[in-house]
Design a protein around this ligand. Structure first.
Ligand SMILES: Cc1cc2nc3c(=O)[nH]c(=O)nc-3n(C[C@H](O)[C@H](O)[C@H](O)COP(=O)(O)OP(=O)(O)OC[C@H]3O[C@@H](n4cnc5c(N)ncnc54)[C@H](O)[C@@H]3O)c2cc1C
Ligand code: SF4
Ligand code: SF4
Length: 427
C-alpha cells in the first residue's frame, strides 16, 4: 500500500492539464475560442495533440461507421442496433455491493479499479472533481484502484479527457483503460494506432445534452430550490430530474416543468456540438455502461451494459462475479409520441400552463414508454432533434457529420418528417 499512496501523491501533485479557472469560470464562447464552430472540448485541441484534430474530430469528419467495421467487425444491423449501436449482448446489472457514492451502482469505477488490481492495465484515464468543486471535471491518469474509485459519480459537464494522453505517452505506459464519452472515444479510436499502446480497454458512458460548467450551474439554479446543496442529480427514466441534497432529501422535478426558456432554450444551454452529436450510446466503446434502458425504481440502481466486441466481453467477464443480473423489461409504444414531437421540432411551443403540465407529466409517467422502449424513444428523439439542428444551423456539415445509421434509425418517421418539414428525411 505504501507504493499506492506514493503513486497517489505523485499523480495528485501533477498540475492539471488545464487551470481550474479555465475549467470552472470560462463561458462556452471563451473556452472554444479559436476552435471549429462545433467542438465538445474532447481534449485533442487543448495542447500538443492539436495537430491531430483533422484526423480525429467527430465534428470534422464522422468516421463512426468506418471505425465500427474495424473494431466490431461489422456495422449496425437493422432493428435495435440502429439506436443502441453494435452489440453482442445487453445486460441489466448492478454491483452486488452498491457504492452509494457512485452515480448508479458504481460498476464503471469498480471495473476500472479491477483492471488495475488484476494487473491488466497500468493506468486508467478517468475524471475526478477539480479540487474545491463538486462538479467541475478534472481528467487524470489514475494509477491505483483507490484513485479510480475516487472518481465515482458524474461530473456532468464537458471534460477535456483526452488531454491526459500526452502524460500517458511521457510515462511510457503501454496498457491503458479509458473511461469517457462518445466524442472522446471517436477521437481516441482515430489516433489509437499512433499511441504505441499494447493494450487499450475502452469503457464508454452514454451521453447526451452535455454542457459547460458555468451552464451546468445555471441549470441547477433554475432546476433546484437549493442549487448549492445538490449532491447528486440525474435525468431519470420516469420523466423527472431527481436531485439528492447534502441532507439526504430528494427533490424531483418533472421534465415538463423545467423552465428551459429561462436558460435560453435548448440552444442556449447545450453547446452546438452536443446538438450535433449522434452517438448517445457510445457505440465505439468496447463496453458501454449507462442507465437509460434499465428498469426503475432508481433507488434499486439497476444499470444496463452493452457488450460490443470481444474486448467488451473480456471486461464484462471480469466484473461479472461482482454483479447481480436483472431482467430486461419494456412497455408502451414510443411511436405514439413521435409524430407530435416532430411537429414540435418544426414549430416549438411555449411551456404549457401548470395544470396542463401536471397532466402531461402524469401521462408520461403512467402511459409513456418504459425500459427498452423508453431508451429507444429518447435516442430517436435526440437523433431527430439533432438532425433538425444541423440542417438548420450547419447544413453544409450534414454529409460529413451525420452517419448513415441515423437515417436508417429514423426511416419509419420519414412520412411525418416530410409532411412537417416539406423535405425528405434522407439527404
Ligand atoms: C455528462 C454525463 C452524461 C451522461 N448521460 C447519460 C445518459 O444520458 N444516459 C445514460 O444512460 N447514461 C448517461 N451517463 C452515464 C451515467 O450517468 C453513469 O455515469 C453510468 O451509468 C455509470 O454509472 P456508475 O455508477 O457505474 O459510475 P461510477 O462508478 O460512479 O463512475 C462514473 C465514471 O464517470 C466518469 N466521469 C465522470 N464525469 C465525467 C465526464 N464529465 N466526462 C467523462 N467521464 C466522466 C468518471 O471517471 C467515473 O469513472 C452520463 C454520464 C455523464 C458523465
Ligand atoms: S471536439 Fe475535440 S478534436 Fe474536435 S475541435 Fe473540439 S477539442 Fe478539437
Ligand atoms: S453529447 Fe456528444 S458531443 Fe456532447 S459531450 Fe456527449 S458525446 Fe460528446
Amino acid at each position: 500500500m505504501a507504493n499506492s499512496s506514493a503513486k497517489a501523491e505523485r499523480v495528485d501533485a501533477a498540475p492539471p492539464a488545464r487551470s481550474l479557472a479555465e475549467i470552472t469560470l470560462l463561458t462556452q464562447a471563451e473556452r472554444f475560442k479559436g476552435r471549429p464552430k462545433l467542438c465538445s472540448d474532447c481534449g485533442i485541441c487543448g495542447g500538443e495533440l492539436r495537430p491531430l484534430m483533422a484526423a480525429a474530430c467527430v465534428f470534422v469528419q464522422n468516421r463512426h461507421e468506418q471505425i465500427e467495421l474495424k473494431i466490431h467487425g461489422r456495422n449496425r444491423s437493422d432493428g435495435d442496433e440502429l439506436r443502441f449501436g453494435v452489440n453482442r449482448a445487453i445486460h441489466i446489472a448492478r454491483l452486488r455491493q452498491i457504492n452509494y457514492e457512485a452515480q448508479w451502482s458504481g460498476i464503471v469505477t469498480r471495473l476500472g479499479a479491477l483492471l488495475l488490481e488484476r494487473g491488466l492495465v497500468d493506468g486508467v484515464i478517468a475524471t475526478k472533481a477539480a479540487p474545491g468543486t463538486r462538479w467541475a471535471p478534472l481528467p487524470f491518469l489514475a494509477r491505483t484502484p483507490a484513485e479510480v474509485l475516487a472518481t465515482a459519480g458524474n461530473k456532468p459537464c464537458l471534460s477535456p479527457t483526452l488531454e491526459v494522453l500526452p502524460e500517458v505517452k511521457a510515462s511510457g505506459l503501454k496498457r491503458l483503460a479509458f473511461i469517457g464519452m462518445g466524442c472522446q472515444v471517436h477521437a481516441l479510436r482515430c489516433i489509437e494506432a499512433d499511441l504505441g499502446l499494447e493494450q487499450l480497454y475502452v469503457i464508454g458512458l452514454p451521453c447526451t445534452d452535455n454542457t459547460s460548467y458555468p451552464d451546468l450551474m445555471r441549470f441547477l439554479n433554475v432546476a433546484s430550490k437549493s442549487p448549492a446543496t445538490v449532491a447528486h442529480h440525474e435525468f431519470m427514466q420516469d420523466f423527472r430530474v431527481w436531485m439528492r441534497h447534502d441532507d439526504g432529501h430528494l427533490e424531483k422535478m418533472n421534465y415538463v416543468d423545467l423552465d428551459v426558456s429561462a436558460l435560453g432554450g435548448e440552444r442556449g444551454i447545450f453547446p452546438a456540438a452536443c446538438l450535433s452529436c449522434f452517438d448517445y450510446q457510445n457505440g465505439l466503446a468496447d463496453l458501454t455502461i449507462g442507465y437509460l434502458g434499465a428498469p426503475l425504481p432508481p433507488e434499486q440502481r439497476w444499470q444496463w451494459m452493452l457488450v460490443r466486441n470481444e474486448r467488451g466481453q473480456e471486461l464484462f467477464d471480469l466484473i461479472k462475479p461482482l454483479l447481480e443480473l436483472g431482467e430486461r423489461s419494456e412497455a408502451g409504444d414510443r411511436r405514439v409520441g413521435m409524430q407530435a414531437y416532430i411537429g414540435m421540432l418544426r414549430k416549438p411551443r411555449k411551456r404549457p400552463i401548470a395544470p396542463i403540465r401536471k397532466f402531461v407529466a402524469w401521462m408520461q409517467r403512467n402511459k409513456g414508454p418504459k425500459g427498452f422502449e423508453f431508451a429507444r424513444s429518447v435516442i430517436e428523439m435526440k437523433l431527430l432533434r439533432n438532425l433538425v439542428f444541423v440542417r438548420d444551423q450547419y447544413p453544409k456539415h450534414e454529409q460529413r457529420i451525420i452517419p448513415r445509421y441515423v437515417y436508417r434509425a429514423l426511416a419509419y418517421t420519414a412520412d411525418v418528417y416530410q409532411r412537417e418539414f416539406e423535405r425528405t428525411l434522407e439527404p
